[in-house]
Design a protein around this ligand. Sequence first.
Ligand code: BES
Ligand code: MN
Ligand code: ZN
Length: 497
Amino acid sequence: MDYSIKCDSPEKLTTDCLLLGFYSKRKLGPAATALDEALEGLITRLLKRDDLEGKAGDTLLVNHLSRGKIERLLLVGLGKKEELNASNYRKALSAAIGALKNSGAKNAVSTLHEAEIKGETLEWKIRQTVETFESALYRYTETKSADEKGKPPRLTKLQFLLDSETEQTNAETGLQQGRAIARGMSLARDLGNLPGNICTPSYLAEQAEKLGKAHKKLKVKILDEAELEELGMGSLLSVSKGSRQPAKLIVIEYPGGPAKSKPHVLVGKGLTFDAGGISIKPAANMDEMKYDMCGGASVIATLGVAAELELPLNVVGLVPASENLPDGSANKPGDIVTSLSGLTIEILNTDAEGRLILCDTLTYAKRYEPVAIIDTATLTGACIVALGRHPSGLMGNDDALCESLIRAGETSRDRVWRLPLWDEYQEQLKSNFADIANIGGPDGGTITAGCFLSRFAKDFKWAHVDIAGTAWKTGTDKGATGRPVPLLSQYLIDQAQ
Ligand code: BES
Ligand code: MN
Ligand code: ZN
């Protein structure tokens, strides 16, 4: 959809649909008040007639107005005025786009950003609108036949109404960030939703190259198995041995900052299908393991966001890509491999493969002398047990870095919750035969996975974001969410300031 800013007063507009906010007890916002006057109290009357309380997410579509050039009104409940917060605001936005996309309107003007939310700027409100609306309008069509693709949505244009030009620059910034992040989320969702037989490690690498062609500033390099072998990435390669698809290490550099300033490195698990290997997974819902590359897709997409926003900092994206399948040459429980760091690993469960491809990538990342490394991965089912599907799990070896990710999560509404990486947990990774085991038993599975990675992250500031519960939705709404693109993008935006 096309988004822009418009300076005008609500009564003078020409539009297919005007979005107006109202609060509990039918209290109207400024734009709604102005229009209510122009319409001789129509809005107040209709809200009373339909007994609409103004809860966050209530909507009323006024489908016809007897005069003027506004075809429709969409009244959007925002809840109690004093209690309006980021979460209610997003709920109202979701309801608004839900009603708007089925209203028949081809274009619309929104005034919802005039609502005051403690601690949030106009820039933020506009950005959230673009992200929420684009997320709701997203459709996956790539593997549907023409008849099933359905018609494209009628709604193609949204304007944000400002009453003066004073805030136009802030509004433009919000628009620009919203567009870039929404585009990144949509790319991450498309890649995630594609099936494992299409989205292979090579396909993922090609998509990164395609992104590199679209943005002059991105440099993309793909390391193949021979190069990984040469480097000594024995842990990563042990996972891809059991697959006919060759592993790739996708390297994307965005040199947006001064040549001498150290980069932020983002690492994303790009496991394009995880059957578990010899420690094979149960059949139920195994299809969802096509989403095991969502961390990698988000890293690729976030590099696109950095380039689109021309952020003045250096960023590197690293995505180890592989399949994890059972095969005659696959890893077997008890096998011992030597990682790039030199540490030997006893593979007690071949299904704990994410950490095996990530650990070599973390070691590889050291060559960039990074400011910090953030990895993101659909790493443990235990994370869903611990935190459910609302926040991603956060762990790390640096409090300030973790704090900045928590803040970025709050701002972007792509939230994380920190788990402890205490030394006590490290005991669970002891191996009788190698330096470290790849699993830590049934207790605290998300944390012991974090502990495993921490052994390869001793020389730099590092944080790990487990997105097992947040990268996709299960059930009837099954599909990738595009998380943690907003989180990672916000982190980079904050670092650039
Ligand atoms: N990709 C999975 C983690 C996962 C499972 C994410 C279910 C989302 C939903 C990962 O590779 C895995 O299989 N982890 C194992 C680790 C265990 C063997 C220690 C798990 O979570 O069961
Ligand atoms: Mn696995
Ligand atoms: Zn996995």
